[in-house]
Design a protein around this ligand. Structure first.
Ligand code: FES
Length: 115
């Protein structure tokens, strides 16, 4: 993402654009993976195993949160509530939210997504 160019076009300072780009998770400074996987780590999901699921996801994909696999297949992100609290742990794969996701179910979702 070319922050100086965007700042120039929008007549904003580089600091203003940088602040927005780094604050909002949906802005990325480089290309993301073909599939976006978001693991909810908010309280309701934490209470039903989200941290173990998050650890499984990072180990399984070999990237930390905010990272993209070396083959550019998957970008893994953490999020803090997907509005699916009663069915946690919750995971979003691209546009679809999944509930009661176990590590095995996450593996199946990743396999469905080609990973
Ligand atoms: S806390 Fe995870 S979906 Fe709301």
């Amino acid at each position: 993402m070319d922050v100086p160019v965007i700042a120039d076009v929008l007549n904003l300072s580089v600091a203003e654009v940088h602040g927005v780009v780094t604050f909002y998770h949906d802005f990325r400074r480089g290309p993301g993976g073909r599939v976006m996987v978001r693991v909810c780590r908010a309280e309701a999901c934490q209470a039903v195993g989200a941290e173990a699921l998050a650890e499984h996801a990072t180990r399984r994909l070999g990237v930390g949160f905010g990272g993209t696999t070396a083959d550019a297949a998957v970008t893994l992100e953490e999020t803090f509530c997907l509005g699916n609290c009663a069915l946690g742990p919750s995971v979003q794969v691209d546009e679809r939210v999944h509930g009661r996701v176990s590590p095995a179910r996450l593996d199946a979702l990743l396999a469905e997504a080609g990973r």
